[in-house]
Ligand binder design. Structure first.
Ligand code: DQA
Length: 144
């Protein structure tokens, strides 16, 4: 009964980074909120963040045995990391991809996700609320 939340590069700068795009809440607030929501449902939510592709890949591999679901915001890796895509494809726990901003109304290079095709689903453009929705979805998927 554990869910892993992985935030990728530059998401440690939430709250200070381009607030018009990503809002003013910081990562710690988000993580605490998700942990509280998890507790309300009797599950443990573990949150990690890294700016390094290989570290994220290691977490994805390790999560396969330890977690019941993963939500991941791969940041800019979304658009070009075949290595993160392959890591997700190599595991069997459900993965939901989250993007805070509506990538489809932004630069062209953000319109394509190389990781989304190997995830269970994607939540885009709903701000930090997207992570709460992903948690609900992963709770639903548990045991299926
Ligand atoms: C993002 C969108 C990406 O294009 C960007 O590189 C990010 C954040 C989002 O949550 O909206 O770092 O994944």
């Amino acid at each position: 009964n554990k869910i892993l939340v992985i935030n990728g590069p530059n998401l440690n700068r939430l709250g200070v980074r381009e607030p018009a795009v990503y809002g003013t809440d910081n990562l710690q607030n988000l993580e605490e909120k998700l942990q509280r929501a998890g507790r309300d449902h009797g599950i443990e939510v573990e949150c990690v963040q890294s700016n390094h592709e290989g570290v994220i890949i290691d977490w994805i591999h390790e999560a396969d045995e330890k977690f019941d679901g993963i939500m991941i915001n791969p940041g800019a890796f979304t658009h070009y990391s075949y290595a993160i895509r392959d890591a997700i494809a190599s595991i069997s726990v459900p993965v939901i991809e989250v993007h805070i901003s509506n990538v489809h109304k932004r630069e062209e290079f953000r319109h394509h996700s190389v990781t989304a095709p190997v995830t269970h689903g994607q939540i885009v453009g709903l701000g930090l609320y997207g992570y709460e929705l992903a948690l609900q979805a992963l709770l639903q998927l548990r045991g299926k």
